[in-house]
Design a protein around this ligand. Structure first.
Ligand code: PEP
Length: 250
């Protein structure tokens, strides 16, 4: 059975006290959840305290980024070795905001994935098309190209620990959500594409999350699709009740 996952990407939101409060509330309200892996991705400087607060729980904790370099003179950067040393398990990579504002390419994401895998971290790798690409009916070729570039040189054995998030860029933070049919169609396409490279067992065990204005009111119909294994949640992950309600939507 594939893992069902709901991951909250806080982005650059929350002060430290507000963030701690949010973690504590989510933790307190999560005891009704069954068979869902919850992951939180607060900003870097809250991670250490998040690890301490969630030590005795089943929560996963993710960074929102990492360096593509191993170590050295890269002022302001955070390495995967550092993340591992504070007991993190996951790293979100290839988010469309990183691509758009920080000029991250598939090649850079590929280097970051390799750093994660070298240090025992699980990458949550994002892909997805912009509105113009969907309107031009290019969404499958765009996602296919992203997948090819990001997973270049990743072996089948390494691929077993990867999680993918399909996030149509036109749905991120816009209030527009992909329809359940659009999500299922693309998730199925991603699984099929990876099945061709890595074989059926790995593709069938791969968790593919949907991201893009997912909220309590639409999570149920999105998660009901056979190839949608959960969500990567932005805005709604900042409201404890909404995040828990989404996680309760399977
Ligand atoms: C995201 O940024 O990964 C995301 C899905 O954001 P939102 O849920 O706010 O659209």
């Amino acid at each position: 059975m594939r893992k069902q996952i709901v991951a909250g990407n806080w982005k650059m939101n929350m002060t430290f006290p507000d963030g701690i409060n949010l973690i504590n509330t989510i933790n307190k309200n999560s005891n009704t959840l069954k068979n869902v892996q919850l992951i939180v991705a607060p900003p870097y400087i809250f991670l250490n305290e998040t690890v301490n607060l969630l030590k005795e729980t089943n929560f996963g904790i993710a960074a929102q980024n990492c360096s593509e370099h191993e170590k050295g003179a890269f002022t302001g950067e955070i390495s995967t070795q550092m993340l591992k040393s504070v007991e993190l398990q996951y790293v979100i990579l290839g988010h469309s905001e990183r691509r758009a504002y920080f000029k991250e390419t598939d090649e850079i994401v590929n280097a970051k994935i390799k750093q994660c895998l070298n240090n025992g971290l699980i990458p949550i790798v994002c892909c997805g098309e912009v509105l113009k690409e969907r309107e031009n009916n290019e969404h499958f070729s765009v996602v296919s190209k992203q997948i090819k570039g990001m997973f270049e040189g990743i072996t089948a054995d390494e691929f077993k620990s990867i999680i993918i998030a399909y996030e149509p860029v036109w749905a991120i933070g816009t209030g527009k959500t992909a329809s359940p049919e659009q999500a299922q169609e693309m998730h199925h396409f991603i699984r099929e594409t990876l099945q061709n490279s890595y074989g059926s067992e790995i593709a069938q065990n791969l968790s593919i999350l949907y991201g893009g204005s997912c909220k309590p009111s639409n999570a149920k119909e999105l998660f009901a699709n056979p190839d949608v294994d959960g969500g990567l949640i932005g805005g709604a992950s900042l409201v404890a009740d909404d995040f828990i309600a989404i996680a309760n939507s399977f």
